[in-house]
Design a protein around this ligand. Structure first.
Ligand SMILES: Cc1cc2nc3c(=O)[nH]c(=O)nc-3n(C[C@H](O)[C@H](O)[C@H](O)COP(=O)(O)OP(=O)(O)OC[C@H]3O[C@@H](n4cnc5c(N)ncnc54)[C@H](O)[C@@H]3O)c2cc1C
Length: 443
């Protein structure tokens, strides 16, 4: 029931965003006249204007969704899910805005090809058209890496290029306001001002205010090494501490000049501490340049933490339901946080936890997890060793969780494990609404 209502809320939030994106279309339709269907040129012109209106609305809303305001991601089921809507709106905007000049040129072509050329490439003094071109070119440059046209992008480079989106938004607004002939003039002004305010507000929050007020300063006061490629840092607040739930993640930015890589770079990490602890804990595996460099962070280093984000586990106020957890590799962190929290609260639960590891040497935190499971009434932990048992099977799931279809299932681990478990769960009759997964990938 709880899961269904969460799923429903996420669906409603997505539908609301898409409905809002279609609002300009309604006002555009009010301005359509019979003469817009008089001949092929008129229809192409109408479609050209329509694709411009829709493309701009999608682009501005996509920008508005990039704000990353803590809490704003909750109705969408977490930031990773919210960003799927952001990506889809962005992709739809790009396609529509690419079609926009072509349709207008085709419409002019029906009359005369020199008119088509002049429509696309007017004199340089025509700021309205050239600002539109600039916006489109910027969009193509910033979005191309997102579609992996040139192979998997380097994350930090991708992010810097993606930020060109802010410029594309500004130029597309200049284009729209200068042309101002997509709808009746006053409507043009009202609608695009509201959309622009949402988009620019998001951009301002993201690049100005969140850096000043959203990032909380912390100091690294302890470093544990649960494996040779994993550290767990303990962070002490320098000002007010972050409030969060088990399973939330934050953007952490280190400011340690001795780091070989990643100084001042923000990366998402799940909090592995219980929300009752006065300090934060974050376990980091070396999965790339910045996370590898972090393995050598100094005690006393300054970091900032922005968040919390994500909505992995159901809200603590929800009616408790039997649960199955499946984790692999560093995907153990949200479960570690939850177990530490349940143990600190002295609370139990009906929990089956299948922890997938390669072999004993890579069973991160296993001794602590076993101890925690023993202290939490109703919690049963079983380790699945790949080298002995091969990939996780339905038989293994059924053997260790006989009533699997009655449970809320939480999965966090590498993508192949995530996909395998999801396909087993569906085959075993677990409803989609009862499956919750967190991916450590945002692209
Ligand atoms: C919601 C979430 C929670 C996570 N929790 C943990 C955790 O608890 N412990 C842990 O060790 N790792 C966690 N990660 C993964 C961690 O963010 C990446 O390992 C880290 O950002 C890699 O950065 P890098 O520069 O070392 O590697 P790179 O070589 O730059 O990147 C390796 C891959 O990591 C991803 N990545 C890199 N930078 C970012 C970024 N800023 N935002 C999103 N993805 C990025 C990209 O998919 C990239 O392909 C989490 C990721 C997400 C999205």
């Amino acid at each position: 029931m709880v899961a269904v209502s969460q799923l429903l809320r996420a669906r409603v939030a997505r539908i609301l965003v898409w409905t809002l994106a279609l609002v300009p279309l309604v006002f555009f339709a009010l301005g359509v006249r019979l003469s817009d269907f008089a001949n092929l040129a008129a229809v192409l012109n109408l479609l050209g204007r329509l694709s411009g209106v829709l493309g701009l609305a999608f682009l501005l809303l996509s920008a508005a969704l990039s704000a990353r305001v803590p809490g704003f991601d909750q109705p969408f089921g977490g930031l990773t899910k919210l960003w799927k809507t952001h990506h889809r709106l962005g992709a739809a905007a790009l396609l529509l805005l690419m079609a926009h000049p072509l349709l207008l040129a085709f419409s002019a072509q029906v009359h005369d090809s020199s008119l088509a050329f002049a429509t696309l490439f007017p004199p340089l003094s025509d700021l309205a058209t050239w600002s539109g071109w600039l916006a489109l070119v910027l969009m193509m440059v910033f979005l191309a890496p997102s579609f992996s046209f040139f192979g998997p992008p380097d994350y930090e480079r991708w992010k810097r290029v993606h930020q060109l989106a802010a410029l594309a938004v500004i130029f597309s607004l200049i284009h729209t306001f200068l042309f101002s002939r997509t709808m009746p003039a006053w409507l043009d002004l009202v609608i695009w001002t509201i959309f622009a305010a949402l988009a620019l507000g998001a951009v301002l929050w993201r690049f100005v205010f969140s850096r000043r007020v959203g990032r909380l300063p912390y100091t690294v006061v302890d470093i544990e090494r649960p494996a040779n490629n994993v550290i767990e840092m303990t962070l002490e607040p320098r000002r007010r501490p972050l409030q969060y739930h088990a399973g939330n993640f934050v953007y952490m930015t280190p400011f340690d000049r001795d780091l070989d890589n990643g100084y001042g770079e923000e990366h998402p990490y799940t909090l592995s501490s219980s929300p009752l602890e006065s300090n934060l804990r974050i376990a980091i595996k070396d999965l790339g340049n910045a996370s590898r460099a972090l393995q050598a962070i100094n005690l006393g280093a300054r970091v900032t933490v922005e968040g919390p984000f994500g909505r992995f586990f159901k809200s603590p106020d929800a009616v408790p339901r039997p649960e199955l957890w499946v984790s692999g590799g560093i995907g153990v962190t949200p479960f570690l946080a939850r177990m530490r929290h349940l143990s600190a609260l002295d609370e139990g639960g009906d929990i089956r936890f299948i922890y997938c590891v390669q072999d004993e040497a890579r069973a991160l935190y296993l001794p602590e997890l076993e101890k925690l499971a023993a202290s939490i009434p109703g919690c049963k932990l079983v380790a699945h060793y790949f080298y002995r048992e091969g990939p996780l099977t339905r038989t293994f799931l059924r053997e260790h969780c006989g009533d699997i279809e009655q449970r809320e299932v939480y999965i966090c681990g590498p993508q192949p494990l995530n996909r395998l478990v999801q396909s087993h769960l569906r085959a075993l009759g677990v409803p989609r609404a009862a499956i919750h997964s967190e991916e450590f990938e945002l692209l």
